[in-house]
Design a protein around this ligand. Structure first.
Ligand SMILES: NC(=O)c1ccc[n+]([C@@H]2O[C@H](COP(=O)([O-])OP(=O)(O)OC[C@H]3O[C@@H](n4cnc5c(N)ncnc54)[C@H](OP(=O)(O)O)[C@@H]3O)[C@@H](O)[C@H]2O)c1
Length: 302
């Protein structure tokens, strides 16, 4: 059995439920001093809620996940379900500070300092929360000239206490490197596509190189590869489902892992993947990398 131990190291209030999974310490490296600032703890496993757009679908999935023990929810303005996410969190009865909420500044809104602030406020209103735990720029702003001012807006959201941490998503190594010239503090997280078919060692290293944690989206490659023969051989050998083997591989990279499911049985199946021991399968997984992109790939943009 892989050990799932608490690893809380800061002075945050105790979050009992997080002890089901490992947590990770997020911080923001100060560009000038190199010091890590604003340290907080984040669960390393959670529910992604993209493509839950039927009325009630997101609410039901989030509620079921929280009741099953999930304590991290990854939503975004672009998913059009921040309101249902907030409703489910309240309905769960679990104290707010025991659930880690991530949302994202939509790319079309990532145009200026003011827009970052305005849309952080509207996400808070839709979620019905006083503050976010992590606010991400969903993808590098298309207007390269706007990237610095958008990040300044994110830093201001953090300074005002609207979010406990800020980060980016879909930033390539060159986007991260560029941030050193315009950021005061560097992102705490880079959320990127990561799964056995796209293992991204260089991008993971670049993310860690600026002091950020990798948050892995689409750990199942959006379900595109669940009939992969190599995966089935591995899952048979360790007596789990193919989805569980893929999720656990991602989790074992040390990344924050957020599979999506609207199906209560699969939500539980995915959580149970954390107890699977993949020892001895490392070489088989290493051979599966085919740099497969399941959707968009802004990391490759200028
Ligand atoms: N920042 C970004 O640009 C970005 C991009 C994509 C995703 N994300 C985030 O990452 C989350 C996860 O990624 P994703 O939604 O793209 O894809 P994913 O988690 O890789 O895969 C989800 C798909 O797999 C199915 N599935 C889930 N569990 C399963 C299981 N145990 N067995 C078989 N099929 C299963 C789901 O169907 P059912 O629902 O029917 O179970 C769904 O079709 C998103 O929800 C979102 O929060 C972020």
């Amino acid at each position: 059995m892989a050990s799932i131990q608490p690893s809380r190291q800061t002075q945050d209030p105790p979050i009992q439920a997080l002890f089901m999974f490992e947590t990770v310490t997020l911080g923001h490296a100060n560009v000038v001093t190199g010091q890590m600032e604003h340290k907080i703890e984040m669960p390393r496993f959670g529910l992604g809620v993209w493509q839950m757009s039927e009325g009630g679908e997101c609410r039901n999935a989030v509620l079921h996940a929280i009741q099953s023990g999930y304590r991290l929810i990854d939503t975004a303005r672009a998913y059009s379900n921040e309101t249902e996410t907030g409703e489910a969190i309240r309905e769960s009865g679990i104290p707010r500070d025991e659930i880690f909420v991530v949302t994202k500044l939509r790319r079309t809104h990532a145009v200026s300092y003011e827009s970052a602030l305005e849309h952080c406020r509207s996400s808070l209103e839709m979620l019905g929360l006083d503050n976010l735990d992590l606010y991400l720029v969903h993808a590098p702003p298309e207007d390269i000239e706007a990237r610095a001012s958008v990040w300044k807006g994110m830093e201001e959201c953090l300074a005002r206490g609207w979010t406990r941490a800020i980060g980016v998503s879909n930033y390539g190594a060159h986007h991260l490197d560029d941030m050193r010239a315009y950021a005061t503090i560097l992102p705490s997280v880079n959320q990127v596509e990561l799964h056995p078919w796209n293992q991204r060692p260089a991008l993971r290293a670049a993310t860690e190189g600026i002091g950020a944690k990798v948050m892995a989206y689409s750990p199942l490659a959006r379900g595109h590869k669940l009939d992969c023969g190599s995966l089935s051989q591995i899952s048979d050998s360790v007596d789990c489902t193919p989805a569980q083997a893929a999720i656990k591989w991602v989790y074992d990279t040390g990344s924050i892992t957020i599979p999506k499911s609207s199906n209560p049985v699969r939500i539980d199946e995915n959580l149970a993947s954390l107890s699977i021991d993949l020892s001895g399968t490392e070489k088989s997984f290493a051979r599966m990398d085919e740099v497969y992109v399941s959707g968009w790939n802004p990391t490759a943009e200028p």
